[in-house]
Design a protein around this ligand. Structure first.
Ligand SMILES: Nc1ncnc2c1ncn2[C@@H]1O[C@H](COP(=O)(O)OP(=O)(O)OP(=O)(O)O)[C@@H](O)[C@H]1O
Ligand SMILES: [Mg+2]
Length: 1125
C-alpha cells in the first residue's frame, strides 16, 4: 500500500493550488478555502514559493519514510507535491553544493507541529547525508538527543500533549562532503515553574511520569520512590496519563537513547537520582513553629522524607532542614540567621526544586553537546534547526509567556526582515522595477520589549536592582507611566485615561498588542521570576552534598567562589541569548516552515477557519504571497554566479577575461530556458524569477560536471596506462635483451668450443697427414745412431786382430758403417726439420681462421650502410608526384636493382592512389568511360589511340538548343548519352545518307535532321552485337537480334566520326540496362543480315591508307559488299 500510495501521489493532479503564489484571486478567503480543501484531502503541506506552510493533521499520514525520502531526494523542489522533505532537501543541497550555511526556522503556535516538523527535517537529513560507521554513530547521537530532551523538557499542556516547554536551536555540523560531524544544541529558558505547579488539565514534565511508570521495582526502591503518581505533591493528581502516550516504554527509550548518546551508567543513575530528589522535595511537609520570642518559624514535619532526601543527596538532614527553614543574612561585620515562616520555607523549597530541575536540564543539554561536539579546527558547514516554543495566549499569562512571546516576536522580525523588507529593499537597490507591497513591521513591538533603556525588560531589571521597596505593582506603575501613549501597550490606567471600559483587563495586568494578537500579562511575580534568586543557604547546602552531579549543579555554593555580585536577571539572560540567536540566524540562509494549528481540540479533520485565519494573518502569509508573486526566487552576485555556472558555456570555460556581468550574460544567453522574463540583471546581482530556472541551471551544471569528470578521468587513465605500458615495455626490452644476450653468449661459447674441437681434429689430422713418415724417420734415425755405436764396437774388436786383410775388411766395414750413419742422419734429420717447418706453417695458416666471423660482420655492416645511404638518398630526391612522370633514379649498386624496381612500383601505385583520391565523382566517371574504351579497343582498333586525349563530349549536335530532338526521347529515359550525326549505308545500293543518332539508356534512335519524327528506334536489348574494323575508320555494324521488330529490315551499317566514344557508351548502356556485355567484334570481314539475307562485308584500306578518307561501298552481287576506307 505504501508503494501504491507513493505512485498515486506522484501521478495524481494537484488538489487546490500547491503553491499559493498561483492562487487566483489572491484574497484571504480563497487562501483559506484552498488550505481547507487541501487539509480535508490530507494535503497538509502548501508552498508560498520556497516557504512551506504546514497544517497539523493530528494523525499519522502515510507520506513519510524511506521511499518518500528517496523520491524527494531524486527530484527537484517543484517536481513533486509540496512536502517538508522537499524543503529539507533544498536546504541540504544548498549546504552541500553551494557551501551556504542554512537555518530552518519553524514557527507557529503551541501545538501547530513545530517539533514534529523539526524531527522530520532531521530524519530526512540523516537519511540522505553520507554513510559509514562513524557517520552513522554521529547521526544516531543527533537523532537520539530528541527523546531525551523531550522527556525532560516537554509536558502535556491544554494545547498540546507533547508541548515543548523550552526553546531549542540545534546546529548540525557537516564536513565538506555533507556528512554530519556533530552538532551543538542551545536551549532557551525552560518553563521551570511547571516543576512545582501545573495548570488544570496539564502535567509536569514527562520524565517524572516516565520514571514512576517505567522504572522496575529495584530502581524505584533504590531511588526511594513509589509507583503511584498520586503520592507526589508536585504531580498534578487529576491527569497522570496522556492518551496515546506510553510513559513506561518511553522511559526505556529515554534510557537507551542516553546510552547511545554516550551517558555512562553512572551518569544515567545520577540523572535519575536528581530527578527523584526533585519529586521527593515536593513531598517535604513544612509546618508552623514558633521561636521562643514568638516570631513564627517553620519546621519539617516529615522526618523520614527529609532523611531519605539527605541520604540520597549525601547531606546531613539537619543541614538540609536548616537551609530550608532559615536564612542567613551576611553583612560586612556579622552573619544574622533569621527563621523563615511556613510560606517562606515552602517558597524556598519550591525554588530549590525548580532550580535543581532546570540546572539538571542544562546539565543534560551540555552533556549531550559534549558527546556530539565537533573537534576544533575542522572546517564545517552548518544547518541550524530552530524549534522554539510557540506563541502563547493563556488565560493567565505570566513572565514565562511574556518571554516566549517576545522570542516569537523576534522570529517574526527575522521573517519580515529577510523575506518582506530586505527583499523589497534589495530590488530597489539593484534598480529592478518594483511596486512596494505593504506589510506590518513589528519592529515597534520588539522595541517596546527590548529597548535598552526604555524597554519593558530594561524596566523590569531596573526595578529588580533598585534599592527600596520594590514590588510588581511598582513595576506596573512604571510601565504605565512610560508607555501611556504607546500604541501597542495597554493597561487599566491607560484605558482609564482614554475612558475605555474593559472588564477583561485586571488591575495588576498590562496588555501588549503582539503581531499575533493581544496578550494580557499579569505582573504578579514578574520581579521574582526575573530575579531568579536562590537563597545562598540553599546553594551552599547543595554544594556541600556528596552527590557528585547535584554538587556540580551549584558551583556558586562554594564559599570560596562566593561573590557579592548579582548574577544577571532571567530577562537579561534571555534577551542576550535571543540576540545571539538572531545574529546566528541572520548569518545563514533561512528556510521557513510556517506551522498552522487547524483546531483547538487536537482533532483530526477539523478545520476552523477563524483560527486558521488569525494565524495566517499574523504570520503574514498573504503579504508573503504578494511579495513572492512579484519577486524573484533567486538572486546572487555576478561573481559567485559566474564562478558556479562558468562551466556551462564554452566562452567562459575554462577561462573568461571579461567582466563578471558580461560573463553571466554570455552564459545565460546561450541557455534556452533563461529568457528575459526569467532573468533580470540588477546592478550587482542576477535575479532569477522562478525556481524552475534555477533547477534547470543546476541540472545543466550537474551534467556538465559529469562530462568534465569523465574527461579528467579519461586523461588520467590514459596517462596511467601509457606510463604503465611504457614501463612494462622498457622492462620487457631489458629482460629480453639480457636473455637474448645470455642465450647468444652460451650458444657462441658452445659453438666456439665445438669449432675448436673440430679445428683441433682437422689440424691434427692435416699435420698428421703431412708428417705421416715421421715415426719411420725417427726409427731410422735412432737405428742409424745405434748402428754407429754397434760399428764402433765391432771395429774395435776387428782392430785387435792385427791381421791386414782382416784390417781392410774391417776398415771398409767401418767406413761403410759411417757412411750409412751419416746418410741416415742427413736424410731423416732433413725430413724431421721439414716436418717441423710444415707444422709451423700450418699453425700460421690456421691462425687467420680465428677471425673468420669478422669478414661477415664487416661485409654486412658495409652492406647495411650502403643500403641506408641508398634509401636516404632516395628519400631526399624523390621524383615528382605527377603520375605521368615515370622517372626513377637507377640503383647505385647492382644488388639493389630488384629492391629499386619494387620501390618504383610501390611509389607509382601510391601516386596513382593519391591521384584517384583527389578526383571528383565526375572525373571518376569520365575516367571510367576512358578505361572502358581502352578495354574494348586498345591495341585492337587504329582509331583508338587518337581518341585517348580527346574528352568524350556526348553531344555533338547541340542537343540543348534543340527541343524537337529532345522530345524524341522518352522522359524516363534520362539524359541523352550520345547525340551525333552519322552516315547510314544504304542496304540496297551502298550509298550513304546522313542521320542523327541519339543514344539513351535504353535505345538507339535514328532520325532525319529535318524531320521531328524518329525514323528508327532500336531497343538496346535487341542489339545483339557490334562489328568494327581494326582501321581508323568510323564504320560499324549494329547486329540486331532476330526477334526485334526493326530486325526485319536487317542490321545497320553506320559510319560515325566518334566511333570509339559511341560504342563505349553503347556498351556501358547495354551493360547498365540489361546486365549484358555487348559483344564487339573487330574484324576486316564480317557478315551482316540485310532483309533476311546474309551479306559479307569486306573492308579494305583505301589508297590513302590512313582510313580517314571517304568511305565507299560497292555491292558485289547480292551477298557481298566491299568497303574501302
Ligand atoms: N506531521 C504530523 N503528522 C502527524 N501528527 C502531527 C504532525 N505534526 C504534529 N502532529 C501532532 O501534533 C502534536 C503537536 O505537535 P508538536 O509537538 O510538534 O507541536 P509544537 O508546535 O512543537 O508545539 P509546542 O510549541 O507546544 O511545542 C504532536 O504531538 C502530534 O501528535
Ligand atoms: Mg514543540
Amino acid at each position: 500500500p505504501q508503494d501504491q500510495l507513493l505512485n498515486m501521489t506522484l501521478l495524481e493532479g494537484p488538489i487546490g493550488v500547491e503553491d499559493l503564489v498561483l492562487l487566483e484571486p489572491l484574497e484571504e478567503e480563497s487562501m483559506l478555502k484552498n488550505l481547507q480543501l487541501r487539509y480535508e484531502n490530507k494535503e497538509i503541506y502548501t508552498y508560498i514559493g520556497n516557504v512551506l506552510v504546514s497544517v497539523n493533521p493530528y494523525q499519522q499520514l502515510p507520506i513519510y519514510g524511506p521511499e518518500f525520502i528517496t523520491k524527494y531526494q531524486e527530484c527537484t523542489f517543484y517536481e513533486l507535491k509540496p512536502h517538508i522533505y522537499a524543503l529539507a532537501n533544498v536546504a541540504y543541497q544548498s549546504l552541500k553544493f553551494r557551501d551556504r550555511d542554512q537555518c530552518i526556522l519553524i514557527t507557529g503556535e503551541s501545538g501547530a507541529g513545530k517539533t514534529e516538523a523539526s524531527k522530520l527535517v532531521m530524519s530526512y537529513v540523516a537519511a540522505v547525508c553520507g554513510k559509514g560507521e562513524q557517520v552513522n554513530s554521529v547521526k544516531e547521537q543527533l537523532l537520539q538527543s530528541n527523546p531525551v530532551l523531550e522527556a525532560f523538557g516537554n509536558a502535556k499542556t491544554i494545547r498540546n500533549n507533547n508541548s515543548s516547554r523550552f526553546g531549542k536551536y540545534m546546529d548540525i555540523e557537516f564536513d565538506f562532503k555533507g556528512s554530519p560531524l556533530g552538532g551543538v544544541i542551545t536551549n532557551y529558558l525552560l518553563e521551570k515553574s511547571r516543576v512545582v505547579k501545573q495548570l488544570k488539565g496539564e502535567r509536569n514534565f514527562h520524565i517524572f511520569y516516565q520514571l514512576l511508570a517505567g522504572a522496575d521495582a529495584q530502581l524505584l526502591a533504590a531511588l526511594k520512590l513509589e509507583r503511584d503518581t498520586g503520592g507526589y505533591a508536585y504531580l498534578n493528581r487529576e491527569v497522570s496519563r496522556v492518551d496515546g502516550m506510553d510513559d513506561a516504554s518511553n522511559f526505556k527509550s529515554v534510557q537507551s537513547a542516553m546510552t547511545v548518546i554516550g551517558f555512562s551508567e553512572e551518569e544515567i543513575r545520577w540523572v535519575l537520582e536528581v530527578t527523584a530528589l526533585v519529586l521527593k522535595l515536593g513531598n517535604v511537609k513544612l509546618s508552623d513553629e514558633f521561636q521562643a520570642n514568638g516570631i513564627p518559624a517553620s519546621g519539617i514535619s516529615d522526618a523520614r522524607g527529609v532523611r531519605e532526601i539527605g541520604e540520597m543527596m549525601g547531606l546531613d538532614s539537619k543541614e538540609l532542614e536548616r537551609a530550608l527553614c532559615s536564612r542567613t543574612m551576611a553583612t560586612a561585620k556579622e552573619k544574622v540567621v533569621t527563621a523563615l515562616n511556613v510560606v517562606q520555607a515552602q517558597y524556598a523549597r519550591d525554588a530549590l526544586a525548580k532550580n535543581i530541575y532546570s540546572r539538571l536540564f542544562n546539565w543534560i543539554v551540555n552533556r549531550i553537546n559534549e558527546s556530539i561536539k565537533v573537534g576544533i579546527g575542522e572546517k564545517k558547514k552548518v544547518m541550524g534547526v530552530l524549534d522554539i516554543y510557540g506563541f502563547e495566549i493563556l488565560e493567565d499569562n505570566s513572565f514565562e509567556q511574556f518571554v516566549i512571546n517576545y522570542c516569537n516576536e523576534k522570529l517574526q522580525q527575522v521573517f519580515i526582515e529577510l523575506t518582506l523588507k530586505e527583499e523589497q529593499e534589495e530590488y530597489k537597490r539593484e534598480g529592478i522595477p518594483w511596486k512596494k507591497v505593504d506589510y506590518f513591521d513589528n519592529g515597534i513591538i520588539c522595541n517596546l520589549i527590548e529597548h535598552n533603556q526604555r524597554g519593558i525588560l530594561a524596566m523590569l531589571d531596573e526595578e529588580c536592582l533598585r534599592p527600596g521597596v520594590v514590588s510588581d505593582s511598582t513595576f506596573l506603575a512604571k510601565l504605565n507611566q512610560l508607555f501611556s501613549k504607546h500604541s501597542h501597550y495597554e493597561s487599566k490606567v491607560t484605558q482609564n485615561a482614554q475612558r475605555q471600559y474593559d472588564h477583561t483587563m485586571g488591575l495588576s495586568c498590562f496588555r501588549i498588542c503582539h503581531y499575533a494578537g493581544k496578550v494580557t500579562y499579569n505582573v504578579t511575580s514578574f520581579i521574582d521570576k526575573n530575579n531568579d534568586l536562590l537563597f545562598r543557604d540553599l546553594s551552599q547546602a547543595m554544594w556541600k552534598a556528596k552527590h557528585p552531579l547535584l554538587r556540580s549543579l551549584f558551583p556558586e555554593g562554594d564559599p570560596k567562589q562566593a561573590s557579592l555580585k548579582r548574577p544577571p536577571t532571567a530577562g537579561a539572560q534571555f534577551k542576550s541569548s535571543v540576540a545571539i540567536l538572531m545574529k546566528n540566524l541572520y548569518s545563514k540562509n533561512p528556510n521557513y516552515i510556517r506551522c498552522i494549528k487547524p483546531n483547538e481540540h487536537q482533532q483530526r479533520g477539523q478545520f476552523s477557519r477563524e483560527l486558521v485565519a488569525t494565524q495566517a494573518r499574523y504570520l503574514g502569509l498573504l503579504e508573503n504571497v504578494r511579495v513572492r508573486r512579484a519577486g524573484y526566487a533567486f538572486r546572487q552576485g555576478y561573481k559567485p554566479f559566474l564562478e558556479r555556472y562558468r562551466l556551462l558555456s564554452r566562452s567562459t570555460w575554462p577561462r573568461w577575461n571579461g567582466g563578471d556581468r558580461e560573463g553571466v550574460e554570455k552564459i545565460l544567453g546561450e541557455l534556452s530556458a533563461c529568457t528575459s522574463e526569467e532573468v533580470t540583471f540588477g546592478k550587482t546581482k542576477i535575479f532569477i524569477k522562478s525556481p524552475k530556472t534555477l533547477f534547470y541551471l543546476e541540472e545543466q551544471r550537474r551534467l556538465r560536471i559529469q562530462q568534465l569528470a569523465t574527461l579528467i578521468q579519461k586523461i588520467y587513465r590514459g596517462w596511467r596506462c601509457r606510463t604503465h605500458y611504457q614501463q612494462m615495455r622498457k622492462s620487457q626490452i631489458l629482460i629480453s635483451s639480457w636473455f637474448r644476450g645470455t642465450m647468444q653468449k652460451k650458444r657462441y661459447g658452445k659453438m666456439k668450443s665445438s669449432v675448436l674441437l673440430i679445428q683441433a681434429f682437422v689440424r691434427g689430422w692435416k699435420v698428421m697427414e703431412k708428417g705421416r713418415g715421421f715415426p719411420l724417420h725417427m726409427w731410422f734415425l735412432l737405428n742409424c745412431l745405434s748402428c754407429w755405436g754397434d760399428g764402433g764396437a765391432g771395429s774395435k774388436s776387428y782392430l785387435n786382430l792385427g791381421h791386414t786383410s782382416v784390417r781392410w775388411r774391417v776398415c771398409v766395414r767401418v767406413f761403410l758403417g759411417l757412411l750409412r750413419v751419416c746418410l741416415g742422419v742427413w736424410l731423416h734429420a732433413g725430413k724431421i726439420c721439414t716436418y717441423v717447418w710444415l707444422c709451423l706453417l700450418a699453425r700460421k695458416d690456421y691462425r687467420k681462421y680465428f677471425r673468420s666471423g669478422a669478414a661477415l660482420t664487416l661485409s654486412s655492416f658495409i652492406y647495411k650502410s650502403l643500403a641506408q645511404k641508398f634509401l636516404l638518398g632516395l628519400k631526399n630526391n624523390l621524383p615528382s608526384t605527377s603520375i605521368l612522370d615515370k622517372k626513377w633514379p637507377a640503383a647505385p649498386y647492382k644488388c639493389f636493382t630488384t629492391a629499386n624496381q619494387e620501390l618504383q612500383r610501390l611509389y607509382h601505385q601510391w601516386k596513382c592512389k593519391k591521384f584517384r583520391d583527389q578526383l571528383s565523382p565526375k572525373q571518376v566517371e569520365v575516367l571510367r568511360e576512358k578505361l572502358c574504351a581502352s578495354e574494348l579497343f586498345k591495341d585492337k582498333k587504329a582509331a583508338y589511340p587518337p581518341s585517348v586525349p580527346v574528352p568524350f563530349r556526348g553531344d555533338y549536335i547541340g542537343l540543348r538548343g534543340n527541343p524537337k530532338l529532345q522530345k524524341l526521347t522518352g522522359r524516363e529515359e534520362g539524359p541523352v548519352l550520345m547525340a551525333e550525326t552519322v552516315r547510314k549505308v544504304n542496304r540496297g545500293n551502298g550509298k550513304t545518307s546522313s542521320r542523327i543518332l541519339l543514344l539513351t539508356k535504353g535505345h538507339v534512335i535514328l532520325t532525319d535532321s529535318k524531320k521531328s519524327q524518329a525514323k528508327t528506334v532500336i531497343g538496346l536489348e535487341s542489339v545483339a552485337g557490334v562489328s568494327v574494323t581494326s582501321f581508323q575508320d568510323g564504320l560499324f555494324c549494329l547486329h540486331l537480334s532476330e526477334i526485334s521488330s526493326v530486325g526485319s529490315k536487317g542490321d545497320f551499317l553506320l559510319v560515325s566520326e566518334h566511333v570509339v566514344e559511341l560504342l563505349t557508351r553503347m556498351y556501358r548502356a547495354v551493360l547498365d540496362t540489361t546486365q549484358r556485355q555487348l559483344p564487339i567484334t573487330v574484324a576486316e570481314q564480317f557478315s551482316v543480315k540485310f532483309k533476311e539475307s546474309n551479306v559479307t562485308v569486306k573492308v579494305t584500306k583505301g589508297p590513302r591508307g590512313n582510313g580517314n578518307g571517304k568511305l565507299s561501298c560497292k555491292k558485289k552481287g547480292s551477298h557481298g559488299l566491299e568497303v574501302t576506307v
